[in-house]
Structures are given as structure tokens and as C-alpha cells.
Design a protein around this ligand. Structure first.
Ligand SMILES: [Zn+2]
Length: 244
């Protein structure tokens, strides 16, 4: 079963690459078939096998030889790894389906945010629609509270920090609340802020990033969400036992 889940993750990762590339350009994600961004040659099915084609073609377009971004293989491997981790934690359940869809949305949002410093509304809308259906049986009412808690908290941060938090982050936090429920959302936001501030401060201190440079917070919210959906309940249990 592990191999089936890995394979599913690779294929979804391959689709996410299309989403990451085309969504910010307002291109359709269902057609036309994938093409080389340099020479525009339509790629054959055997050029598009996750990981394998990349390795065989040595990371180059087989028609014009331009180097293909390592992002493609990174997204595929990352998605497969996360899918496997969710399966090992939750098995074949509604909860796993819920988290597979959620993590796919997070990965797409993160890579688009890293490159373009935006989180497209299409991902937010897809998250709200899919999440509303998938979480009825698993997260339930807690997801509804999560939407308002996530959106509200980050709106507060945005106001307090005078716009250092983007609108995309606020909407993403609402989607996180829906998929995670309000308790795991708090763990996700805490972890996301902790890692995000650490990396952000490091980049500022080392001069890699200037004070005015936009800092993509989406990937850290996504990282926090992944940690929370895998280990959030353990973190809450540990915290309650230790401090309360
Ligand atoms: Zn090419």
C-alpha cells in the first residue's frame, strides 16, 4: 500500500507543478497539454513521468536542451513524502483524504507564494469548497470555528503590523482553520510564526533580505499546518501536561 500512496503522491505532485506554473499566469490548468516553456514543444506522455523523466532527461528539455527547474522534481518528491507521512499516521481513512487534499493545496500555495509573493484566490476558493465537503465527517463544527479564528487572528496581525501580513495569508489561515479545526489551527499558526520569524530574522540579520523586501509567509503557514496535522495532538497533549 505504501507504494500506491507514493505513486499517488508523485502524480498529484506532477499535477501541482502544472498548477504552480500556470495559475499565476491565468492559464488553464486542464488544457492544453504540458509544453516546454522555452521551445513550446508539446511534451509526450513519456516526457512527463514523475521523477523518472527528469532523471532520464538529466533535467533538460529533450527537444531544445534548456535546463528544467529543480522545482519540478522537488514538488513531486515533497508531495509523495507528505502523502506517505499522512498515510502512515492515519491509514486509508476520510481523515487521510482530507489531509491529502489539504497538503496538496498547501504545497501549491507555498511554491506560488515563494516565486510570486501571492497566494491565488483560486487556491483559497478550492480549499473552501473541497474543505467544506471533506471535513463534515472528520473535523465538523470545529472547522467552522477554525475559519473565523484563523482569518480573525491573521487579520489582527495584519492590522497590528501595518500590512506586513498579506491578504493571501489571512485567507490561507481561514482555509487552514477549516481543514484542521480550531485546536490544530492554533498549533499550526504557532509553529508557522515561530519558524517564519526565525528564518525571516536570520535573512534580515545576514543581509540576504532588506527590511522592505516582501517576505512570503505562506510556506511557513503550510509548514506549521503539516507539523500540526501530523503531530498536533501530541504537541497539545504534551503542552497541557507540562504547563497546565
Ligand atoms: Zn524545450
Amino acid at each position: 500500500m505504501e507504494y500506491v500512496v507514493l505513486l499517488l503522491g508523485l502524480c498529484i505532485g506532477s499535477f501541482l507543478n502544472v498548477v504552480i506554473y500556470r495559475l499565476p499566469k491565468d492559464e488553464s490548468i486542464v488544457g492544453p497539454r504540458s509544453y516546454c516553456p522555452q521551445c513550446s514543444t508539446t511534451l509526450k506522455w513519456y516526457n512527463l513521468i514523475p521523477v523518472l523523466s527528469f532523471v532520464i532527461q538529466k533535467g533538460k528539455c529533450p527537444y531544445c536542451g534548456i535546463k528544467i527547474s529543480a522545482r519540478y522534481i522537488a514538488v513531486e518528491l515533497l508531495t509523495a513524502g507528505v502523502f506517505l507521512a499522512v498515510y502512515l499516521r492515519y491509514g486509508i481513512t476520510w481523515q487521510s483524504l482530507n489531509y491529502w487534499v489539504f497538503s496538496a493545496l498547501l504545497i501549491a500555495a507555498s511554491f506560488i507564494d515563494l516565486e510570486h509573493k501571492i497566494i491565488p484566490n483560486e487556491i483559497i476558493v478550492a480549499g473552501i469548497i473541497l474543505g467544506s465537503v471533506l471535513t463534515i465527517k472528520t473535523v465538523g463544527l470545529s472547522g467552522l470555528y477554525g475559519i473565523f479564528l484563523g482569518g480573525g487572528l491573521l487579520l489582527g496581525v495584519a492590522v497590528a503590523s501595518r500590512g506586513n501580513m498579506g491578504g493571501g495569508d489571512i485567507k490561507l489561515a481561514a482555509v487552514m482553520g477549516l481543514f484542521l479545526g480550531w485546536k490544530l489551527l492554533l498549533v499550526a499558526l504557532f509553529t508557522g510564526f515561530l519558524t517564519g520569524s526565525f528564518v525571516g530574522l536570520t535573512l534580515l540579520v545576514t543581509g540576504v533580505m532588506g527590511r522592505k523586501d516582501p517576505f512570503p509567509f505562506g510556506p511557513f503557514l503550510a509548514l506549521g499546518s503539516l507539523i500540526s496535522l501530523l503531530w498536533g495532538n501530541k504537541i497539545i497533549f504534551w503542552y497541557l501536561n507540562r504547563f497546565i
